[in-house]
Design a protein around this ligand. Structure first.
Ligand code: THU
Length: 134
């Protein structure tokens, strides 16, 4: 299901989504593409704001688009930054992703499409979720 071609395609979708980024303050353009359990893909970019904390990351944009279309199961997300350094999700995004898919694969990519592959739980060990309140 999640072969190398599929990963490369998802990473390409994340790279493409960067072109929509609204990042006049940081100048750092990020794209994300999340693959849902039904195979559908939703993309997102970072959207900044003059009131800096108001901005939203590419990952949360992509997942929010998917959830707002009724998707709750996620298999894999690709993130691509605009630097040679591979882009890993920020702390808020790790928590946001953990809510829906602790086992989801995260492809952390750079501007050339090279990526490292981790899971959400590897990025957020001992994360807090619904089960933590049982
Ligand atoms: N950013 C993302 O969109 N995703 C990440 O994984 C890291 C950071 C955005 C937030 C902000 O708009 C800019 O990159 C610089 O931090």
């Amino acid at each position: 299901m999640t072969g190398e071609n599929q990963k490369a395609a998802l990473m390409q979708a994340a790279l493409d989504a960067r072109s929509k980024a609204y990042a006049p303050y940081s100048g750092f353009f990020v794209g994300a593409a999340v693959m849902c359990g039904d195979g559908s893909v939703y993309t997102g970019c970072n959207v900044e704001n003059a009131s800096y904390p108001c901005g939203i990351c590419a990952e949360r944009t992509a997942v929010s688009k998917a959830v707002s279309e009724g998707k709750r199961r996620f298999v894999m997300i690709a993130v691509a930054g605009s630097s040679a350094e591979k882009c890993t999700p920020c702390g808020i995004c790790r928590q946001f992703l953990y809510e829906f898919a602790p086992d989801m694969t995260v492809l952390c990519g750079n501007d050339s499409g090279e990526y490292d592959e981790l899971t959400v739980s590897e990025l957020l060990p001992r994360g807090f979720g619904a089960a933590s309140m049982e």
